[in-house]
Design a protein around this ligand. Structure first.
Ligand SMILES: [Zn+2]
Length: 288
């Protein structure tokens, strides 16, 4: 199993029972001991490798979300339309933040991205309003409640009978940039069936037995990555030429050498893809 994944750690009490109590939430926001986390889409306000407190800029925020409590501290996110100075992408800083602050930042980014993309009622088209301390939106016309989305996606460690690893390059990625095969779970499908379908579609390999390795929230904008290990008895792959344009089998020695020389570029350390590749490899991979 993959444990201790960046963005997936931390022991956050979401304080969900307080979300409907507007007076309590207001009091929490007004309490100077509450940490106000700045969020703007995928960016968060940081000070070195910790979350900054943006209480001084609270008046510029257009919304607040009650995130929760961790290690004796209470966190509220303040959302800004445009990231002010001092904001950085969670993709970049996620692996540097402490476990609890990473969980706080992940929840804040996930919520803010949802609010940005889901501004209107899917039933009647009326603009909806935030509710429940940022964890719902309500339609003022038909009274419906709408909840933050999480879209399940699968990502697959594919190995052959010699325990070589298959890495693939999507057409939209730069040259030399490779990662694991991945894709969204489609409606009506199990996660396991999605793995088999994606692997067959993208690299033409049939895989049977699957082991579940772990999951990671990936709020860019709304994914939950479900990681599996799939073993194949065949080595002859065939890239689809659409989503995947290149692929190849790697031994551990070949991969270490290619990463060290810069011939191969892997996904960043914050991603479950990188962690799963290094789990197969046996230790962290060093770049040039
Ligand atoms: Zn409506």
């Amino acid at each position: 199993m993959l444990t201790e994944l960046a963005l997936g750690r931390g022991d956050l009490d979401k304080l969900a029972e307080l979300r409907g109590d507007a007076a309590r939430v207001e009091a929490i926001i007004a309490d100077p001991a509450t940490h106000i986390v700045g969020v703007s889409g995928g960016d968060v306000a940081v000070d070195g490798s910790a979350l900054a407190d943006v209480r001084a800029r609270l008046g510029m925020a257009h919304a607040t979300y009650l995130i929760g409590q961790a290690d004796g501290r209470t966190f509220v996110a303040a959302a800004f339309d445009v990231p002010p100075a001092g904001f950085r992408s969670l993709r970049e800083v996620g692996s540097a933040l402490g476990d609890d602050e990473a969980a706080v930042a992940t929840a804040a980014v996930a919520l803010d991205q949802w609010h940005r993309l889901h501004t209107h009622c899917p039933r009647c088209g009326t603009p909806t309003v935030p509710a429940m301390a940022g964890w719902e939106r309500h339609c003022p016309v038909d009274g419906t409640s709408h909840f933050p989305r999480t879209d399940p996606a699968v990502i697959v460690v594919i190995t052959d009978p010699d325990d070589r690893l298959l890495l693939a390059r999507q057409g939209t990625w730069p040259q030399r940039r490779f990662s694991l095969v991945a894709g969204y779970v489609e409606p009506g499908e199990t996660a396991e069936r999605a793995v088999q379908r994606e692997v067959l579609e993208e690299v033409g390999l049939a895989v049977g037995d699957l082991d579940f390795l772990g999951s990671q929230p990936w709020p860019f904008p709304a994914s939950l990555m479900l990681c599996y290990h799939a073993r194949t008895t065949k080595v002859d792959f065939r890239v689809d030429g659409e989503e995947i344009v290149e692929a190849g089998w790697w031994t551990r020695a070949e991969l270490a050498a290619a990463v060290a020389s810069g011939e191969l570029l892997l996904p960043s350390g914050v991603s479950i893809a990188r962690r799963a590749i290094e789990d197969w490899f046996g230790e962290p991979l060093r770049e040039a």
